[in-house]
Design a binder for this molecule. Structure first.
Ligand SMILES: Nc1ncnc2c1ncn2[C@@H]1O[C@H](COP(=O)(O)OP(=O)(O)OP(=O)(O)O)[C@@H](O)[C@H]1O
Length: 239
């Protein structure tokens, strides 16, 4: 699998607090990577630093072989990195269709009709204002909007947070379609079982550091949980 993203010794701070500490990871083209870890482990900050919306304090980020460490966020979107942030950040007074149409498109396969095929629930909701949407519809709109930028790398923070089980199921059904279409994905997912079933690889952060990286099929839920909470095991790296 050829490498799409290479993060080396990345550090990112909130004021004096180092939220991400010397994190190194790689993501291959077409790979699905789940980023897990307890509250405050640094998952959101890491995604935001990769997307260029949080300053990088040290280390490097290479995307498709180019050094993008100092590239501003808009140029990273243009290069093909899209972030679906925690909280989704839709325009509440605009309709779903308007929210989708604000995405500036890179040339590529995803246009509105294809996105609606991947997210069928949005077809009925196109004329509704975003403020009236359910959590699942909001998350689908936010992911659909990111897709319309035709990303080569899609970063989704807290996929299922605040969603009902039915809505979570629907969003993951759509994500399955994206995965089958070859989209490279990084997901932050608090539901460990879900993360392990959808991802090729799991990276667990603890206190801003990588506590475990493993192929999803080569690690047990118990091992990930131990890394998650730091239950006495040294840092594990498996691939
Ligand atoms: N805006 C902020 N100002 C100050 N500190 C922050 C801010 N956002 C996050 N932090 C701190 O940075 C660390 C990492 O937070 P981050 O949100 O990246 O973790 P997370 O793994 O995504 O957790 P969560 O699941 O709670 O979002 C935590 O200690 C958190 O308290």
């Amino acid at each position: 699998m050829t490498e799409l993203l290479n993060v080396r010794n990345l550090t990112a701070r909130h004021g004096q607090l180092p939220a991400v500490r010397e994190v190194s990871l790689t993501i291959g083209r077409g790979e699905v990577l789940a980023l897990v870890g307890a509250n405050g482990a640094g998952k959101s900050t890491l995604l935001r630093a990769i997307a260029g919306v949080h300053p990088i304090g040290g280390g490097t980020v290479h995307f498709d072989g180019s050094d993008i460490t100092r590239l501003p966020a808009d140029r990273r979107v243009a290069a093909g990195i899209a972030l679906v942030p925690e909280g989704r950040r839709l325009f509440p007074e605009m309709t779903v269709e308007e929210n989708l149409r604000v995405a500036r498109s890179r040339p590529g396969g995803w246009e509105l009709e294809m996105v609606l095929e991947a997210f069928p629930m949005l077809r009925q909701a196109l004329r509704r204002r975003a403020s009236t949407l359910s959590g699942g519809e909001q998350q689908s709109t936010a992911i659909a909007r990111a897709l319309l930028t035709n990303p080569r790398l899609l970063l989704i923070d807290e996929v299922s947070l605040g969603l009902s089980p039915v809505a979570t199921e629907a969003v993951y059904k759509s994500l399955d379609r994206l995965i089958r279409a070859g989209t490279t994905l990084v997901l932050v997912e608090q539901d460990l079982g879900r993360a392990m079933s959808v991802a090729d690889r799991i990276v667990c952060l603890r206190d801003g550091r990588v506590a475990l990286t493993a192929h999803a099929g080569a690690v047990t839920r118990e091992e990930v949980t131990e890394a998650y909470f730091g239950l006495g095991k040294p840092t594990a790296v498996r691939s």
